[in-house]
Design a protein around this ligand. Structure first.
Ligand SMILES: Cc1cc2nc3c(=O)[nH]c(=O)nc-3n(C[C@H](O)[C@H](O)[C@H](O)COP(=O)(O)OP(=O)(O)OC[C@H]3O[C@@H](n4cnc5c(N)ncnc54)[C@H](O)[C@@H]3O)c2cc1C
Length: 423
């Protein structure tokens, strides 16, 4: 599993300490400037690759406990039967072999910002001149009574791809025809705003073909959502009568869960689920808080021209953990922010040219076979925050061939962006 909960932090420490097969970090040339990166997801992997290919004078160390990374993007397509887990899982081999990135498979447990060192689970310290923090998200289990890392094995959030996603798929395959699948999307801000609604489409696609008497009940923590008109059009045209979306103003949102009895509790109603996909509120990954980089909301404020932390000029925060204002928390955003940060880091460490910050994002969603929709924007570093310069969104009622083209475009994007991240 990608995600590191507070509870798992200790367990991870113990297991990484015991993992004698892990290679020790390579000894780096003393003459080189040092970049350390915490987290090998879309943000961290892209930053590692771009700084490493940008200068031979910067030694790049990427700290990531996992040896393979399964992307959340396209994990909904795995639930729908359009992708295998293998096809969305990537190795760090090319970053190490072709770009000379020093891979350290361990957990960063603390950051000494005054001493410019990252403390690892196995006890080693990694020194740095600049640090990138890209740990993704932490699940705020405490926002739903009865929910926890343990309860999530029975009621998976599947909001970090890997084991959780595989569990959710197995549960869908095991349930009886005629059961109720509860999907509980989280409150804002959260990773991938269209993600829960694409997931509803992909679960419906699977159920329609395999368990057509089943229903999906969506117990939303919000009253509106990304690409709403497009998703609701798709629900009516492809999965008529199967999906019931209940906004927060109707149910009050999910207040508690009882994993033993598979019950989901709202203000005035309790639903018994065959499968419950409960996605709680989120915050920046724990290490960001431990490093003192978060605000009261649990996210990391940044300078919109560089992704430099507002707390520490030697630290950059990218990806989901950052406060990137208008940009959604997406893999595309993390990749785009990583390139802006890489340019600023190379300027700091090697004196190379710093370009004005430009960002880009598009979120594609597959709603049915050969039916894709998208929303996206270009951005720039503004006076106080990242600002939109232009934007677009698919329209309802588009022709089938345009939708098929959008779905195909997403496949091309996946191949290209994962190569840009992992080499
Ligand atoms: C269902 C779903 C569908 C999605 N679809 C899309 C999509 O179509 N397009 C899109 O662009 N985005 C999509 N996303 C969003 C996208 O997956 C995230 O925005 C993206 O993964 C964020 O990248 P990141 O690098 O910030 O964090 P992550 O991907 O979470 O990577 C963080 C990494 O840091 C590591 N880490 C954490 N703490 C530590 C520590 N203390 N020490 C060392 N390592 C640590 C973790 O192991 C992890 O590998 C989707 C998300 C979901 C859940």
């Amino acid at each position: 599993m990608t995600h590191i909960t507070r509870r798992r932090f200790g367990t991870l420490l113990a297991s990484t300490a015991a993992a004698s097969t892990l290679a020790a970090p390579a000894v780096l040339s003393a003459a080189k400037m040092r970049l350390a990166i915490i987290g090998g997801g879309p943000g961290g992997a892209t930053a590692a690759r771009y700084v490493a290919k940008g200068s031979k004078d910067v030694a790049v160390t990427l700290i990531e406990p996992k040896h393979h990374f399964t992307t959340c993007f396209f994990s909904n397509l795995y639930l729908g039967g359009f992708r295998t887990l293998d096809s969305i899982t990537h190795s760090y081999g090319t970053l190490a072999a072709q770009y000379g990135v020093n891979m350290v498979h361990d957990v960063a447990v603390d950051v000494d910002r005054a001493g410019k060192t990252v403390k690892l689970g196995r006890g080693t310290d990694i020194g740095y001149d600049r640090l990138v923090v890209s740990p993704g998200i932490e699940m705020r289990y405490d926002t739903i009574e009865g929910y926890s890392a343990e309860a999530s094995t029975a009621m998976p959030h599947a909001w970090q791809a890997g084991t959780q996603t595989a569990t959710l798929k197995k549960q869908l395959e095991a349930m009886d025809d005629g059961g109720v699948v509860v999907v509980a999307p989280p409150p804002n801000p959260f990773r991938c705003p269209p993600g829960p609604y694409e997931r509803i489409c992909m679960i419906a696609h699977y159920l329609k073909a395999n368990k057509p008497k089943s229903k999906i009940m969506v117990l939303d923590a919000k009253n509106k959502f990304s690409k709403q008109a497009l998703f609701q059009e798709a629900w009516a045209s492809h999965y008529d009568g199967m999906i019931e979306w209940l906004p927060e103003e109707v149910t009050g949102g999910v207040k508690a869960v009882k994993a033993d009895s598979m019950e989901v509790v709202m203000d005035d109603e309790t639903v018994k689920a065959a499968v419950a996909n409960v996605i709680p509120a989120q915050a920046a990954g724990i290490i960001a808080k431990r490093a003192g980089l978060t605000n009261d909301g649990g996210w990391c404020p940044i300078d919109p021209h560089s992704m430099r932390s507002k707390t520490d000029e030697n630290v950059f925060v990218i990806g989901d953990a950052s406060v990137a204002s208008a940009m959604p928390k997406s893999g595309f955003s993390a990749n785009s922010q990583a390139k802006v940060a890489a340019n600023a880091i190379l300027a700091d460490l090697t004196g190379s040219k710093k370009f004005p910050a430009k960002f880009r994002n598009t979120c594609w969603s597959l709603v049915a076979t050969n039916d894709g929709v998208k929303v996206g924007a270009d951005y720039k570093g503004g006076d106080a925050k990242i600002e939109v310069t232009s934007k677009f969104i698919s329209k309802t009622g588009e022709a089938a061939d345009l939708r098929a083209q959008t779905a195909e475009e997403a496949n091309g994007w996946y191949a290209g962006i994962t190569k840009d991240m992992f080499g």
